[in-house]
Write a protein that binds this ligand. Structure first.
Ligand SMILES: [Zn+2]
Length: 130
């Protein structure tokens, strides 16, 4: 003879596990869509003005604006319009001397670019319009 309470508990536990799994999937999906901030480099002007917004950010995106599978590390200056993209595929060449992935190489190049740009960028944000 089966226990109806135990059966109900089993069904409820399965439902809860299902919901947790769905929530985890949705969160992982959302995290993939959002650009992931990797680093910020304060610019020369940012340092002088003590303005943290004047920084070069390095972010990873693994989805482009149109939903395509574009895997890219982007370096963008917060003080001027300068920006550069480092698509992981461009750095994904086989290299038997290195264990680094295209993503890691792209990040290294993006960080170099960001560092070099931050050291020289004197662009400042415009004063707010009255
Ligand atoms: Zn700049």
């Amino acid at each position: 003879m089966s226990d109806p309470v135990a059966e109900l508990m089993t069904i409820l536990e399965a439902r809860i596990a299902e919901q947790k799994e769905r929530k985890a999937r949705e969160e992982a999906e959302a995290a993939r869509r959002v650009p992931r901030l990797i680093a910020r480099y304060l610019t020369l002007a940012g340092e002088a003005m003590r303005d943290a917004a004047l920084a070069v950010t390095v972010t990873e995106i693994d989805r482009d604006e149109r939903g395509g599978g574009v895997y890219t590390t982007v370096a963008a200056c917060g003080g001027c319009p300068d920006t550069d993209r480092f698509p992981w595929g461009d750095y994904d060449y086989g290299n038997r001397w290195s264990e680094l992935t295209g993503q890691q190489r792209a990040e290294a190049r993006a960080r170099e670019w960001a560092q070099a740009h931050a050291e020289t960028c004197r662009a400042m944000s415009l004063p707010e319009a009255p």
